[in-house]
Design a protein around this ligand. Structure first.
Ligand code: ADP
Length: 190
């Protein structure tokens, strides 16, 4: 079983690389951002709860996010592995994931962190905005998302570094080049 986390700030390319990884390794893709967007689009009770928080660019509270994640993993008990995208985003989420995986005799094999400078992130999101409209891509919301990343989410990196599971990959370059670098990490840990 291969369980991996794809990590990086907004606009780092997690979604693009995730699509390629799930195809190549047959993983179940769990993107908490996509799941939350599905709930808000479909106006579910959870969607109603998180709609305003997400639209502001802030993080959804840990207990809500963790419960949703665990429910999603439980839907596919026979998965070849999971690719976590956009989760964990806080140290509390990382600890909850470890506890949850341990209870199920599973483990996180590696965390691939896409390294992209802030200036490049802003340019990419500005471009993405022209194609796909997202309420939280507006300047003020985007600033909030980037701020959330640098105040809360970066602390997840040392958490996995201490476990010897952190691999940083340069997120600048051709999509396929970056993908090859990620695959090299996967080959190394499996
Ligand atoms: P980004 O493009 O900023 O990486 P995502 O699509 O992953 O965004 O997530 C969009 C929004 O969904 C976040 O700004 C946040 O409100 C919420 N969200 C997604 N994942 C998490 C998480 N693990 N913890 C808390 N909130 C989350």
């Amino acid at each position: 079983m291969l369980n991996m986390i794809i990590f990086g700030p907004p606009g780092a390319g997690k979604g693009t690389q995730s699509q390629k990884l799930i195809e190549k390794y047959g993983l179940v893709h769990i993107s908490t951002g996509d799941l939350f967007r599905w709930h808000t689009r479909n106006n579910t009770p959870l969607g109603k709860k998180v709609n305003d928080i997400m639209a502001s660019g802030a993080l959804v509270p840990d207990e809500i996010t963790i419960a949703m994640l665990e429910e999603e993993v439980q839907k596919t008990p026979n998965a070849a592995g999971f690719l976590f995208d956009g989760f964990p985003r806080t140290v509390a989420q990382a600890e909850a994931l470890d506890a949850f995986m341990t209870r199920r005799s599973m483990t996180v094999n590696c965390v691939v962190a896409l390294d992209v400078p802030e200036e490049e992130l802003r340019q990419r999101i500005a471009k993405r905005k022209e194609i796909e409209k997202r309420a939280d891509d507006e300047e003020e919301k985007l600033n909030k998302r980037i701020a959330e990343y640098f105040s809360k989410t970066v602390h997840v990196l040392p958490y996995y570094e201490r476990q010897g599971k952190l691999y940083t990959v340069n997120g600048i370059g051709a999509i396929d080049e970056i993908f090859q670098a990620i695959c090299a990490v996967v080959e190394k840990v499996t």
